[in-house]
Design a protein around this ligand. Structure first.
Ligand code: NA7
Length: 542
């Protein structure tokens, strides 16, 4: 049952994943009366919902975790190089207990709307379990939490069972011996496909865009490795803070174009052996220099050809329409080799799109039928803006966030929106968020917001981005993306291109975590020039 919420907390935090849990902890420790609202019946956010087979983090466990508590870092033992969903969920449950956070969270409580009460200078938050007001509203709703289920005619008529990976049944889905279809070959599909293929009678993969994927090289974490990381945390955290992506890897300074072919190949082979996101760190300029990128892209295609027995299948699996890492690069365990199994087939739905779902399965435009018992949508999310828009937020003058963002999401620093006073968005659109190791960005965001709230409390102020600062930031976000190859992936969710009708705006900030952090720090040190700070009384009577 939900905790009894205080009648009028100072701060309401929406969401109890990595971001919400830390926000509650941090704000409470600064003396704020804070309360969390969580739609699920437990903590975990992304890791509560994404229970699909093979769900695992692409960041390595020793740094996909909080850094705010030295004791927590030392006492928690990760068991594998990459943490699986269940282990991350157990970690977040441990954090909730260790810092006694549950007493300040109402679970099974879904936010239905939030409107600004200008006279009172407060937010009125409506949920399916009652209405609260608060002075500050902090969203911790994640970037990849609003499921994107394609609107395919006939889905309702399907006689089998279908699931989106981000809303996977807690009891699991038994696919043993059954005919399973997977739509989508992003990070999620690429994790799920080998695991489903191991049990399914037949697995059909419906691929629209072939993807580059790097072997994860997951393995149990040895006691020596785990102890080494624990000893090294100060250095590890320092590298993360100074990095572009929040990962503790130092990017190679070797110019791969200057190397003879055999040495370049050897460099890529070593990086391939290290696996995971470390592959990218082995190649300087991969996201800025098309020639460098092509050497990496072609190396990965050569690995696909080496791995996949059937030449036509290998070619269909080889990405040609976008450079490596311009869409979020997946990492995998035996993904390409899975296509060598007799019970696995690949269907190119760019050449022959899905036309309809029938009671029996999937029908393509050509009329080809694929009978299925289970259909899995690994079709991703309405990323970054989606989770915020579905909260139904209305700011000053009753303006809906959906209207304010009709031309695309716009924020200042990713953490506030002009016209929405005292609303703060952890890892919002325009923040580095999904281009970084999320806990690193989350801690930075929460700390920055917490410092701001201390300032607002001390001086009895309200805060919202100025339209000018927001417009400058939007321009900077665009420039940062344009300085890279990232906008070249036309179908990427970074651009909103995966959701029909969504405005095309490059959503995350691509200028790098360290640079972003420095800009946030400068904003605070200068007394928040990008924010309109108003006396509360003035505002309330204005
Ligand atoms: P992604 O990366 O958005 O991948 C979704 C996949 O589903 C991708 O291959 C899409 O093809 C495909 N898709 C989406 N809609 C359709 C339709 N209508 N028909 C066919 N195929 C479709 O989501 P993930 O869940 O894999 O990963 C999200 C992030 O979570 C990941 O990047 C990590 O940061 C963690 P497309 O490429 O759009 O042609």
């Amino acid at each position: 049952l939900p905790a009894d919420p205080p009648a009028d907390p100072e701060v309401l935090v929406i969401g109890a994943g990595f971001a919400g849990l830390y926000a509650i902890h941090r704000l409470r420790s600064l003396g704020f009366a804070v309360h969390g609202l969580e739609a699920a019946d437990g903590v975990g956010g992304t890791w509560y919902w994404n229970r699909y087979p093979g769900a695992r983090c692409d960041s390595e466990s020793y740094y996909y975790c909080y850094s705010f508590s030295r004791e927590l870092e030392q006492e928690w033992d990760w068991t594998e190089r990459y943490p699986g969903q269940a282990e991350i969920l157990a970690y977040l449950e441990h954090v909730a207990d260790r810092f006694d956070l549950r007493r300040d969270i109402s679970f099974a409580t879904r936010v239905l709307g939030a409107r600004r009460d200008e006279a009172a200078g407060r937010w009125v938050v409506e949920t399916d379990r009652g209405t609260w007001t608060c002075r500050w509203l902090v969203t911790a709703v994640g970037c990849l939490s609003s499921a994107n289920v394609p609107d395919i005619p006939g889905l309702d008529s399907f006689a089998g069972e279908w699931h989106h990976t981000g809303q996977w049944p807690h009891e699991g889905v038994d696919v043993t011996g059954r005919r399973v279809g997977v739509v989508g070959t992003g990070s999620t599909g690429i994790q799920a496909i080998p695991v489903l293929a191991a049990a399914a009678g037949h697995l059909t993969v419906f691929q629209r865009t072939a993807n580059y994927s790097i072997p994860a090289r997951n393995a149990p974490l040895s006691a020596a490795e785990a102890a080494g990381y624990k000893d090294d945390y100060a250095a590890i955290r320092a590298i993360q803070q100074a990095s572009t992506n929040g990962h503790p890897f130092v990017v190679s300074d070797v110019d791969v174009l200057a190397l003879p072919d055999d040495e370049r190949r050897a460099l890529f082979e070593r990086a391939w052996e290290r696996g995971g996101l470390r592959f990218r760190a082995a190649v300087r300029d991969v996201l800025t220099d098309p020639a460098v990128n092509e050497t990496a892209s072609e190396f990965i295609r050569s690995k696909i050809r080496e791995t996949v027995d059937d030449a036509a299948t290998a070619e269909a699996l080889s990405p040609r329409d976008h450079p490596f890492a311009t869409k979020r690069p997946p990492i995998d365990t035996d993904y390409f080799a899975t296509y060598n199994q007799e019970n696995v087939s690949l269907v190119d739905v760019r050449a022959d799109p899905i036309a309809a779902i029938t009671p029996d399965g999937v029908r393509l435009a050509s009329g080809a039928e694929h009978p299925l018992d289970v259909l899995v949508f690994a079709t991703g999310f309405d990323a970054l803006s989606g989770p915020l828009l579905r909260l139904g937020i209305r700011g000053t003058g009753g303006v809906a966030l959906a209207d304010a963002w009709a031309e695309g999401a716009a924020t200042y620093l990713g953490l506030g929106v002009a016209g929405f006073p005292d609303l703060f968005t952890i890892t919002g659109p325009g923040s580095p968020s999904v281009l970084t190791n999320m806990p690193t960005s989350i801690e930075q965001h929460v700390d920055w917001i917490a410092d701001l709230l201390v300032h607002l409390r001390a001086h009895d102020l309200t805060a919202e981005p100025t339209p000018e600062a927001q417009a400058r930031w939007a321009e900077h976000v665009r420039e940062a993306a344009d300085a890279t190859l990232l906008p070249q992936a036309a179908s990427s969710w970074y651009l909103g291109a995966n959701v029909p009708g969504k405005p095309r705006v490059f959503l995350p900030y691509a200028g790098g975590f360290a640079r972003y952090r420095a800009m946030c720090d400068a904003e605070a040190q200068a007394g928040y020039p990008g924010l309109a700070l108003r006396a509360r009384q003035e505002r309330a009577s204005a």
